[in-house]
Design a protein around this ligand. Structure first.
Ligand code: GDP
Ligand code: IMO
Ligand code: MG
Length: 445
């Protein structure tokens, strides 16, 4: 069977930890979208692993697959595999021949477009990894795929067609030449070609290239268990998120089929688990009706510090807010969650009371789910419900004793979310470690 893990909010909900938690029962863990814009954390026995491309199941020694829906930067991938090897792991990672390759010019174009938008305060706050430009080339039918790397003639043709166009684009958007900007290597066909041939050598040497759909279907036919690891979150989805402040792929469950080559019926026969952070955090730009700002700055700082809500790369403080139920109702419908995991409940411990955005007021009407345009979403005024806070507790002790050991007010919070989403909380996260999760149900069982 399959278990699909989907971020229910704005990313960083603790998806990597949940993949690790349930990963013991899985044989293969596949990513179906996104690239190295993701940062998935696994903490076990005091060891922390931060993974951006390699599926989180490799920490448990499971086969990892990057499906055709992913965009793959080979340099990040190889660096990550090498770093894991240095830490004593032996990652078995396969990459779809149909997946698109992030090349150096994609990163440069990502940066230059953000700079151009910044002139009118319209930047997205992307991760700068070249994700958007690579998906643009995919849809524009001018991308380079993993399979193309492995055929030197096809590769050469693809680069000769696309690279001059990208150089022109760079020069128009930036208003400088690639030479003036010192980025001529990133737009040089010969240099790119040589890099790509090196990537191909490594992909061949490690036997990484697969036809992902066939590979995964064969493993399922053999009776193996498959976990699908979503990256980002529902409100960052290119279709279902708050466009244009989104990523360029579909983190929602429908893409678990398209991004792997398995049928929707295969994914649909399995479980789809939404990962929910007990409050909200946001890295990039865009509206956030339940954001804690202004008078609530102290509270925001408290939650940010307790939850370690600082960017892993830049150290930038993340924006934080109260749980947004219209956002979660929308996410539950889009992906059809069969259950969810509520993480970071420990972070809220110690507050006298907490609030939840239960609904919104929009144009004098009460609405229970997210409007379709970002401008309307920005106009939404949250209608809050207040909950009693709960005292601090010993996370490992509570996790080992089980759900009933949680303070009563914390259970009330969990059960409110269950009843609003009409889905059960399969697990509750009370700390970053594998041992700090209260497991109520294993979706593989
Ligand atoms: P992902 O992108 O969804 O995989 O999430 P990230 O790894 O980017 O961010 C989640 C952060 O919260 C990581 O540092 C996790 O170790 C940590 N984390 C996950 N679950 C919990 C939890 O229940 N409590 C606390 N305090 N931290 C958690
Ligand atoms: P994980 O998988 C949080 C955000 C960026 C920006 C927007 C577009 O760790 O949850 P992109 O580089 O994708 O074009 O940026 O999406 N973003 C994330 N925010 N967690 C992530 O991944 C993210 N991946 C992208 O901050 O707002
Ligand atoms: Mg993350």
């Amino acid at each position: 069977m399959t278990v699909t893990i989907v971020g229910a909010q704005l990313g960083d909900e603790g998806k990597g930890g949940v993949v690790d938690l349930y990963g013991d029962a899985a044989d293969v863990v596949a990513r179906y979208q996104g690239g190295d814009n993701a940062g998935h954390t696994v903490v076990v026995g005091g060891e922390e692993y931060k993974l951006s491309l390699v599926p989180s199941g490799v920490v448990r020694g499971k086969t990892g697959v990057l499906g055709n829906g992913c965009v793959v930067n080979p340099e990040t991938l190889f660096d990550e595999i090498d770093a894991l090897r240095e830490r004593g792991l032996d990652p078995d990672v396969r990459v779809a021949r149909r997946a698109h390759v992030i090349l150096p010019y994609h990163r440069v174009l990502d940066g230059v477009e953000e700079e151009a938008k910044a002139d009118s305060d319209a930047e997205i706050g992307t991760t700068g990894r070249g994700i958007g430009p690579t998906y643009e080339d995919k849809v524009g039918r001018r991308g380079v795929r993993v399979g193309d790397l492995l055929d030197a003639d096809v590769l050469r043709d693809r680069l000769e067609y696309v690279v001059p166009k990208k150089r022109d684009l760079y020069e128009v958007v930036s208003g400088t030449t690639v030479e003036e900007a010192g980025v001529e290597s990133e737009f040089d066909v010969d240099e790119l070609y040589d890099h790509c041939l090196e990537y191909a050598d490594r992909i061949r040497a490690d036997d990484m290239a697969v036809n992902a759909g066939d590979f995964l279907a064969d493993r399922i036919d053999d009776g193996e268990e498959l976990m699908l690891e979503g990256a980002q979150g529902t409100s960052l989805d290119i279709d279902h998120g708050n466009y244009p402040y989104v990523t360029s792929s579909n983190p929602t469950a429908g893409y678990a089929a398209t991004g792997t080559g398995l049928g929707p019926t295969t994914i649909g026969q399995g479980e789809v688990v939404g990962i929910v952070k007990a409050y909200l955090s946001r890295v990039g730009s865009g509206p956030m009706p339940t954001e804690l700002d202004g008078d609530d700055d102290d509270l925001a700082t408290y939650i940010r510090d307790e939850g370690g809500e600082y960017g892993t790369v830049t150290g930038r403080p993340r924006r934080v807010g109260w749980l947004d139920m219209p956002m979660l109702r929308h996410a539950t419908r889009v992906s059809g969650f069969t259950g969810f995991v509520l993480n970071h409940l420990d972070v809220l411990a110690g507050l006298d009371e907490l609030r939840v955005g239960h609904a919104y007021t929009l144009d004098d009407e009460e609405v229970l789910t997210m409007p379709a345009t970002t401008e309307q979403w920005a106009d939404c005024e949250p209608i809050f419900r207040t909950f009693d806070g709960w005292e601090e507790f010993d996370s490992e002790a509570v996790a080992s004793q089980g759900y009933d050991a949680l303070p009563a007010a914390a259970r009330e919070y969990v059960e409110y979310v269950e009843s609003e989403l009409d889905a059960p909380a399969y697990a509750v996260g009370v700390g970053p470690g594998r041992e700090e999760t209260i497991v109520r149900h294993n979706p593989f069982e």
